[in-house]
Design a protein around this ligand. Structure first.
Ligand SMILES: [Fe+2]
Length: 314
């Protein structure tokens, strides 16, 4: 029996149901209507320093709904020392919101004290794995709870990688006891960009360590996909979700929508579509094995997507 199998599934964290990422544009609707959404995920950094309206709104929401904290600046893969001041603020916010769990990403976001505000991928090898293992242990000791880490979407790979992303994540879980946030859309995006098999990715993960799913839309640029969170979830990602649901037995599921954000009802309705895919049977769903294969014409170098991002930012 492996260490993974001997641990409590999902680290003992509850199945919260179907949640939505809390965004400021929805504050008035949520406060007025108290929609029947199961839970909210907040971006930790949006509330760590605020004492104004965001904090006032969050206080009311945290009284009525379960809240999970999702960070973007832990920078667990960086060679910088861990930012203990950041961790202190993270821990204080978790206590204040009664956060059910705290998540971030398997990535690095800066070096030499500079936060690049981007979720940058790591090379996957023994050296980076041991580096991240040591830091996850340090963070978990400080936060006094298991950390949950998400697979990022990525646009580059490293010559120095000697293992797959899913083997890296599995070894990280086994060594540290941390959990995984499986972003199903990120799997699709990264696998398209790097000519990998999304089915193999999802099948190879330690399913009892997956605490949460993310779902989101993306932007297909023909030769590559950008993880823009600006649209509905595409059918192929729903099919990957169905597979992930089957393999995990179902975990807390959350929709991220960060640009061109529609009204709250539309966002909530999108995550509730997950129920249809959970209950899909082989008779009424498309065959995922064939539909998710990457077409041969896509197997070519991925251009640098920065120009696309810059154009949007401008
Ligand atoms: Fe995500």
């Amino acid at each position: 029996m492996t260490a993974t199998n001997s641990l409590t599934p999902r680290l003992g964290y509850p199945h919260l149901g179907f949640g939505v990422g809390l965004r400021a544009t929805h504050y008035p609707y949520i406060l007025e209507h108290e929609p029947a959404v199961d839970w909210f995920e907040i971006i930790s950094e949006n509330y760590m320093d605020s004492q104004g309206r965001p904090r006032y709104v969050l206080e009311q929401i945290a009284e009525r709904y379960p809240v999970v904290m999702h960070g973007v600046s832990l920078s667990i893969g960086s060679t910088d020392p861990l930012n203990l001041e950041y961790l202190a603020r993270l821990k204080r916010l978790a206590a204040w919101t009664q956060a059910v769990w705290i998540s971030d990403h398997i990535c690095w976001t800066g070096v030499n004290g500079v936060n690049g505000h981007d979720l940058l991928p790591l090379p996957y090898n023994d050296e980076s794995l041991n580096h991240v293992i040591a830091r996850v242990r340090q963070v978990q000791d400080y936060l006094e709870r298991p950390l949950v880490l998400e697979n990022p979407s990525s646009y580059v790979t490293f010559r120095e990688s000697t293992m797959t992303e899913w083997d890296f994540a599995t070894s990280l879980c086994e060594a540290t006891g941390c959990g995984l946030l499986l972003d199903v859309n990120n799997v699709f995006v990264s696998c398209f960009n790097h000519d990998l098999d999304p089915l193999e990715f999802i099948r190879s993960l330690p399913h009892d360590r997956i605490v949460q799913f993310h779902l989101a839309g993306h932007t297909h640029c023909g030769t590559h996909i950008i993880d823009t969170h600006d649209n509905f979830v595409i059918d192929q990602v729903w099919e990957l979700f169905r597979l992930a649901h089957e393999l995990t037995g179902g975990v807390s599921t959350l929709l991220e929508w960060d640009a061109n954000i529609p009204d709250f009802k539309t966002v909530h309705a999108e995550v509730l579509k997950a129920r249809d895919f959970m209950h899909a049977t082989p008779m009424n769903r498309p065959q995922v094995t064939e539909s998710l294969k990457i077409e041969p014409q896509r197997r070519r170098a991925v251009p640098q997507p920065a120009s696309f991002i810059t154009a949007e930012a401008e």
